[in-house]
Design a protein around this ligand. Sequence first.
Ligand code: ZN
Length: 275
Amino acid sequence: MPELPEVETVRRQIAPVLEGATITAAEIVDPRLTRPVEPDLVAEALVGERVAEVDRRGKYLLVRLDSGRTLVVHLRMTGSLRHAAAGELPEDAHRRATLRLDTGRDVAYRDVRRFGTWELLDPDHLRPYLSARLGPEPLVASFSGAKLARLAEGRRAPVKSFLLDQRRIAGVGNIYADEALWRARIHPRRPAGELGEDELARLHRALRAALRKGVELQGSTLREYSTPNGTPGRMQREFHVYGREGEPCDRCGPPIERTVIGGRGSWFCPVCQQS
Ligand code: ZN
């Protein structure tokens, strides 16, 4: 599933295509994308709108429109965007929506598993929608070590599950949680509220470093993810633990192990990640 670095990569590549452009035609062919709202109603509402800005919160892409409304796009498991000159998009059985722009570009949304969502929200609804779902952004300057410590305080959940909870910290998923915990030398099963001051400081640095590395390498391409420009991400070559069961730890040598925490596969080094 695309996480913060993947969605941020999508944002950076699609923003120059969408920003300042006016949507001249919109087609949404999958009712699951917009339900419970009829796809034609959303498509009609988009036509004539000019895109002011493409923003991101957590794993949500926020397409801010001149009318004040925002198209909130969540890629979920396998959603992706692609752009091409008008009429030049490749044939694709998994295309769920297409936007035509007055700049001579087409933007396609494809989704194999069909869990992705498009929601068109009024200005009054956006803030409560996001604040009900998302904690702070981990890469902004105000996300300090002290802030992470406050969020973890009293939490009995394993630190792995704590990191995955979007209402605590926005944008972290399975890959970057495992990579951050390896970097911080913390066992994923440790209760978040029992981490010491030094461990929290290490986790704060590690989480930001892992996410920044992901953004720098344009995300990780596993199965379906590809960037709007059609190129794969490169982060998957840099994994220290994620998906590396049985391979040697890059730091201390023994085989990486896999366990299940909160229903999610979790990879860690049994020696250098303190339990
Ligand atoms: Zn190790």
